[in-house]
Write a protein that binds this ligand. Structure first.
Ligand code: PEP
Length: 247
């Protein structure tokens, strides 16, 4: 996926139904340059999927539980998403890790479940500020990736999307420089090709996330190992998100 970028909007816990449909309707007649995924609140996924007529847009859940069904109040499962034709899900977002105490072990179970049911996880990871200040960010992130994939037998890099999101850059307005982001993405790319020598490296997709916006996206997306963006705040306004898509 190195040549064509992918952009994913992460709406988090934002937008009423009316606001969500207005956003999707804005894109009905827009031609988009890149495949575009909207991670919307799960309550809206079916409605938005049925309403959307833009072939470049698809939808993702922001979370799921790894079990297929049962007594897990408040959770949603992979078969539920698949029954609504939702093909993507964010896994391991730092807000899930920090606020909801999701562990590497739980994330590994979720990723393994996604892959065994052919749903594409957008696997998120990234270091906190104190780790970067100690210069340990590369080892930290590579260890997160290794544990996230520990229960998974990867057959192709098309089975998932990687998203590097330094925690100090998420929602802070402080983005990684293109050099910092590229250095991390290159290390991730090299680690993946070393760990999975039989898989096609051209199919690796590594997105950058963390205060990505119209001012900084062009320079970030032009880096050789940055294959697009996972975008929070700047994805909430349709015109801005369209601009990010056209970079
Ligand atoms: C995110 O939450 O995935 C994210 C990248 O947020 P923001 O763009 O607001 O930093």
């Amino acid at each position: 996926m190195s040549s064509s970028n992918l952009v994913i909007a992460n709406w988090k816990m934002n937008k009423t139904w009316e606001e969500a449909t207005e956003f999707v309707d804005f894109f009905l007649d827009k031609s988009l340059d890149k495949p575009t995924i909207i991670a919307a609140p799960s309550l809206y996924l079916q409605g938005l999927h049925l309403r959307n007529k833009n072939p470049q847009i698809s939808f993702a859940a922001q979370n799921l539980y790894f079990e297929e069904k049962g007594a897990f109040t408040g959770e949603i499962s992979i078969p539920m998403l698949k029954s609504l034709s939702i093909g993507y899900v964010l896994i391991g977002h730092s807000e899930r890790r920090q606020i909801f105490q999701e562990s590497d072990e739980l994330i590994a179970k979720k990723i393994a479940a996604c892959l065994s049911h052919q749903i594409i996880p957008v696997f998120c990871f990234g270091e906190p500020l104190e780790i970067r200040e100690k210069g340990q960010e590369i080892d930290y992130v590579l260890a997160q990736i290794k544990s996230g994939l520990a229960l998974t037998q990867l057959n192709s890099f098309k089975q998932l999307v990687f998203a590097y999101e330094p925690i100090w850059a998420i929602g802070t307005g402080r983005t990684a420089s293109k050099e910092q982001a590229q250095e991390m993405h290159l290390n991730i790319f090299n680690a993946l090709t070393a760990e999975y020598p039989k898989l096609n490296p051209e199919e690796i997709t590594i997105l950058y996330g963390g205060s990505c916006n119209l001012d900084n996206a062009a320079s970030l997306f032009s880096q050789p190992n940055i294959n697009g963006g996972l975008i929070g705040g700047a994805s909430l306004i349709a015109e801005q998100f369209l601009g990010l898509n056209q970079i």
